[in-house]
Design a protein around this ligand. Structure first.
Ligand SMILES: Nc1ncnc2c1ncn2[C@@H]1O[C@H](COP(=O)(O)OP(=O)(O)OP(=O)(O)O)[C@@H](O)[C@H]1O
Ligand SMILES: [Mg+2]
Length: 313
C-alpha cells in the first residue's frame, strides 16, 4: 500500500572524506524522517549541518554510505521518480546572457516539454512569479529576489508533486520573501509537497506544517512549530484588577509581568486549576489565560547550544 508520506528516510548515513581520506566529515548520522504528502516541511540547521547533503542524497546527486529513502513511494534509486520532482539548488546560477523566458524554455525542454504548451507554461509561471514584464530581459539585469523567483519557476516547470527548495529566500528582501511565501502556500493549496531548507526561522514559522532541527548531521528535534515552541506549563494572565502583594505571596509561581499582566509557572494542569480556584475564591475575575511560547529562534538556539555542550562533555 502507498504510504501517505512524500518523503521517507530511514537511517541514512553519509560520510565525506577529504585530504585523501584522512579527514572525515559525518554529514548525516542515522538520519530518519517522514514528510506527509501535501505539507510544507522546513529543515533548519546552522551552516554545515547537512541540509544540502540530505537533498542531494534524496535526488541521487550524491549517494549514502548506508540507509535507505523513498520519495513519492519510490526508492530514490529509481530515476523515473524524478519526473515528478522539482529542485531549486542553493546559490543557483544561470547563464547571464539568457533572458528569463529563454532560461525557462531551456529547463522546460530538459523536462520534455516543447512547443505551444511550453510557451503557455512559461507565461503562466512568469505571471505567478510576478516576472512577466521581465520575460525578455537578460537575467544579468535581475535582482536577487527576481533570480530566486525565476529559480522557483524553473523548479516547478515540470509540474512536480514534490518540490525541494534549498534556501529559496536567501538574499531576498522582506517584500520579495513574502511573495515567495505566498507562492509556496499557493503550491501547497494545489496539493504539492514542499521540502525547504532555510536559515530564516521567522519565515519558516509562518508557512511550514512541520520542521526538523538538524545539527552536525543529527536530527535534534522534529514536530509542528507549535509542538516545538510551546513552553510547557507557563501562562500569562490578566485580571479585572491589580493583585495585592498578599495574593502574590500566597500563590506559588505567580509573578507580576510587564504591563498589566502576570506570569504563572506551574507543574501540571491540576496546579493551574488550583491557582484559578484560589483566585476565584478571592472574587478576582480572570480576563485572559495565555499559554506561553518560545519563538522558533529561541528554541533553535537553545537546542543547538545544548547539543554542542553535550558533545564537549
Ligand atoms: N563534497 C563534499 N566533500 C567534502 N565535504 C563536504 C562535501 N559537501 C559537503 N561537505 C561537508 O558536509 C557538511 C554538511 O554540508 P552541507 O552542505 O550539507 O551543509 P548545509 O546544512 O547545507 O550548510 P549551509 O547552511 O551552509 O548551506 C559540511 O561540514 C560540509 O563541509
Ligand atoms: Mg546548504
Amino acid at each position: 500500500m502507498d504510504s501517505p508520506n512524500a518523503v521517507e528516510v530511514l537511517g541514512l548515513n553519509k560520510v565525506y572524506s577529504s585530504s585523501f581520506g584522512k579527514k572525515k566529515v559525518f554529514a548525516l548520522t542515522d538520519f530518519s524522517l517522514s514528510v506527509p504528502a501535501g505539507t510544507i516541511f522546513g529543515l533548519l540547521g546552522p551552516n554545515g549541518a547537512g541540509k544540502t547533503t540530505l537533498i542531494k542524497l534524496l535526488l541521487s546527486i550524491t549517494f549514502p554510505d548506508s540507509g535507505s529513502a523513498k520519495i513519492l513511494n519510490e526508492d530514490i534509486s529509481n530515476i523515473k521518480v524524478k519526473r515528478k520532482v522539482g529542485y531549486l539548488p542553493e546559490n543557483h546560477k544561470y547563464p547571464p546572457y539568457l533572458t528569463g523566458g529563454e532560461t525557462l524554455k531551456f529547463f522546460g525542454q530538459l523536462s520534455g516539454l516543447d512547443g505551444s504548451s511550453l510557451d503557455k507554461k512559461i507565461d503562466e509561471l512568469l505571471e505567478l512569479m510576478n516576472l512577466s514584464k521581465w520575460k525578455k530581459s537578460k537575467i544579468k539585469t535581475y535582482s536577487k529576489g527576481m533570480m530566486q523567483r525565476l529559480g522557483l519557476a524553473q523548479a516547478i516547470i515540470n509540474d512536480p508533486d514534490l518540490i525541494f527548495l534549498d534556501e529559496p529566500t536567501d538574499g531576498v528582501d522582506p517584500i520579495g520573501r513574502k511573495e515567495i511565501r505566498d507562492v509556496l502556500v499557493e503550491l501547497k493549496n494545489r496539493k504539492k509537497t514542499i521540502f525547504l531548507n532555510s536559515h530564516i526561522l521567522s519565515e519558516v514559522e509562518l508557512i511550514t506544517d512541520n520542521v526538523g532541527i538538524l545539527n552536525k548531521g543529527k536530527l535534534l528535534k522534529e514536530g509542528t512549530v507549535r509542538e516545538i515552541t510551546e513552553k510547557k506549563e507557563e501562562y500569562r494572565l490578566s485580571f479585572d484588577r491589580m493583585l495585592t502583594d498578599e495574593v502574590l505571596i500566597s500563590i506559588n509561581g505567580l509573578k507580576k509581568d510587564k504591563d498589566d499582566y502576570y506570569n504563572l509557572k506551574v507543574n501540571s494542569i491540576n496546579e493551574l486549576n488550583g491557582v484559578i480556584d484560589s483566585l476565584r475564591n478571592r472574587s478576582i475575575l480572570i480576563k485572559e489565560i495565555i499559554p506561553q511560547k518560545n519563538t522558533l529562534e529561541e528554541m533553535f538556539i537553545s537546542l543547538i547550544q545544548e547539543a554542542d555542550k553535550e558533545e564537549k562533555k
